[in-house]
Design a protein around this ligand. Structure first.
Ligand code: ZN
Ligand code: ZN
Length: 284
């Protein structure tokens, strides 16, 4: 039996529980590997990412809890790094952060508008529509294309250990077009090729479904088929933001993957490599 989630949050960013509470719940529900990957600070300031001044206590707490729980769980100290199209990570002090964490999740949560401003794409539906109107003059395909441009850049350049939620744009955009429209399939194919080139896994992420009850699972079926066709490694990142998310949709995530033909998942090893395992080991 093996159980893992390599993408989770705490009160240090937009989670609802302390790191200790999250680990306690992971131990209680039988996880083998569990990472905390709070949102990296960035200059714009968000109210949901780490404050720069919170980094030192964050790093210290990660290290001390890793030590304290070492007999109970393989706790992984991480960060969810942000990538901005054309600007990369220069506003996030990522090199400094990486000196203190062992694991990086690579993500894109913004599109850069025609006006050069950044607009969050996985915030509220209202925020998404503001970005679409103000940043892209209502041109949905331009917004979605910009998101995938940024995602490809991130996958190829961020050097993340786990490349998160490739189709998170669907969280707010799924009602505005079908993910299987050809123009969108082309974007998803670009994203999958970039992940493959980076030679790192991506995740099945049930967080959106839990938090917004919108039935959206990343990766969606169309992109999951591409991931499998390209032999891109897959793992589980629940994107848990509270203790009640730690063990929810876990079996559903695995069942979804199995039902679509996924037969192997990767687990993280201490030396930073990913090890191929039979999905049956996770479902036991
Ligand atoms: Zn994310
Ligand atoms: Zn996250």
């Amino acid at each position: 039996m093996f159980k893992a989630s390599y993408h989770n949050h705490s009160l240090y960013s937009d989670g609802k529980n302390t790191i200790r509470e999250m680990i306690e719940e992971a131990v209680r529900t039988g996880f083998s590997d569990f990472a905390i990957t709070d949102h990296a600070y960035h200059l714009q300031g968000t109210g949901w990412a780490l404050e720069f001044g919170a980094y030192e206590p964050y790093f210290a707490e990660l290290a001390s809890l890793k030590e304290e729980y070492s007999g109970a769980i393989n706790f992984i100290a991480g960060i969810e790094a942000e990538w901005f199209y054309g600007k990369g990570t220069e506003e996030t002090r990522l090199e400094y952060v990486r000196e203190h964490v062992e694991f990086t999740v690579g993500s894109v949560h913004y599109a850069i508008g025609l006006d050069g401003e950044r607009y969050i794409i996985d915030g509220t539906p209202e925020e998404f529509l503001v970005g679409l109107g103000q940043g892209f003059d209502g041109d949905l395909r331009a917004l979605v294309g910009n998101y995938y441009d940024s995602y490809v850049e991130m996958a190829l350049n961020l050097n993340a250990d786990l490349i998160a939620h490739p189709d998170i744009i669907l969280k707010n955009a799924h009602g505005l077009f079908a993910s299987t429209e050809n123009w969108h399939l082309d974007h998803m194919q670009r994203a999958v090729k970039a992940i493959k080139q980076a030679a790192k896994p991506t995740e099945v992420n049930m967080g959106g479904n839990y938090r917004y009850k919108n039935g959206v699972i990343y990766p969606c079926e169309a992109i999951l088929e591409m991931i499998m066709a390209e032999n891109v490694p897959l793992t589980v990142g629940l994107d848990a933001h509270s203790v009640d998310m730690v063990n929810s949709y876990y079996e559903e995530s695995l069942g979804y993957l199995y039902s679509r033909g996924v037969r192997s998942l990767v687990k993280y090893s201490e030396n930073g490599d990913w090890i191929d395992t039979d999905i049956a080991e996770w479902m036991a």
